[in-house]
Write a protein that binds this ligand. Structure first.
Ligand code: FMN
Length: 258
């Protein structure tokens, strides 16, 4: 589900494609605000969905209060989008400060009795150490990765492609970065990991599973393929697992570590 922060924000909602293999975006965090979010949750619940809410805020207290409100709407788990500007004005993301990752996770864990999954940024030197910090903060699982900080320049215009200059790169181009991140994280933590970044086929999903993820998320691939992408991924993954002699997805989790 899309994120919710304390207030509604409607900014440039469309991602831009900087190449055929990549989506480069700087959309901000358009969201309905935590009050209006309740209606979205209820609608999804009526349709029978399992809901993992995504929370952001400006400081640990705000993350905790938005998460508590979201929990009261009946979501099943909470993902923490930590790729927000650091509240201490360090010019970094919260996800680039391991102590903040630990403390924000702890603040949310103290405020809700739901599973909490911090979502990590690849824009750090050693993502596994951030996963360890999240685990120390009480995380029930890790989601990796968010978009990769990137830039494109339009030579004809002699200027950056995005008005924001920098954006977040997603799609197939970042899959090897995501798979490596999940692999590294799984070597260091004992909690489940959800892989995300460039998954658009069953084969892509299986890369993450074999790196150690127990589930995957799909973002950018929905843009060209629509919602049919989910069935496509599940079917292809089923055939690949069978061909490889696995009876279930869980048997394939982490096999690349052997
Ligand atoms: C248009 C767009 C909006 C996104 N919004 C969010 C967001 O609100 N919160 C978040 O944690 N990640 C957000 N992401 C990042 C994705 O959830 C995902 O981590 C990243 O795009 C890599 O996965 P993908 O290659 O499957 O898109 C967004 C990505 C895109 C392309």
């Amino acid at each position: 589900m899309r994120p919710a922060g304390p207030w509604p924000a409607y900014t440039k909602p469309e991602p831009a494609r900087s190449s055929r293999r990549a989506s480069d975006r700087a959309v901000g965090l358009p969201n309905p605000g935590i009050v209006e979010y309740e209606h979205e949750v209820k609608r999804a619940q009526r349709a029978g969905a399992v809901i993992i809410g995504s929370v952001f805020g400006k400081d640990a207290d705000e993350y905790a209060s938005v998460a508590a409100k979201m929990a009261s709407y009946g979501v099943q788990a909470i993902e923490l989008n930590l790729s927000c500007p650091h509240a201490k004005g360090l010019g970094t993301e919260i996800a680039q400060d391991a102590a903040a990752v630990r403390d924000f996770t702890r603040a949310v864990k103290d405020a809700v009795s739901l599973p909490v999954f911090p979502k990590l940024s690849p824009n750090v030197l050693d993502i596994a150490s951030f996963a360890v910090a999240a685990e120390e903060g009480g995380a029930d699982g890790i989601v990796a990765i968010n978009t990769v900080k990137a830039m494109a320049i339009v030579p004809e215009l002699k200027m950056p492609f995005l008005a924001n200059k920098f954006g977040g790169l997603s799609g197939p181009a970042i899959r090897p970065i995501g798979v490596r991140a999940v692999y590294d994280i799984c070597e260091k933590v004992h909690i489940p990991v959800v892989g995300v970044g460039g998954v658009g086929s069953g084969r892509d999903a299986l890369e993450y599973i074999m790196a150690g993820a127990c589930a995957v998320q799909v973002g950018t691939a929905i843009i060209p393929k629509g919602l049919a992408v989910f069935d496509e991924i599940v079917k292809e993954m089923g055939s690949l697992l069978e061909e490889a002699g696995f009876d279930s997805v869980s048997e394939a989790i982490g096999v690349a570590h052997a």
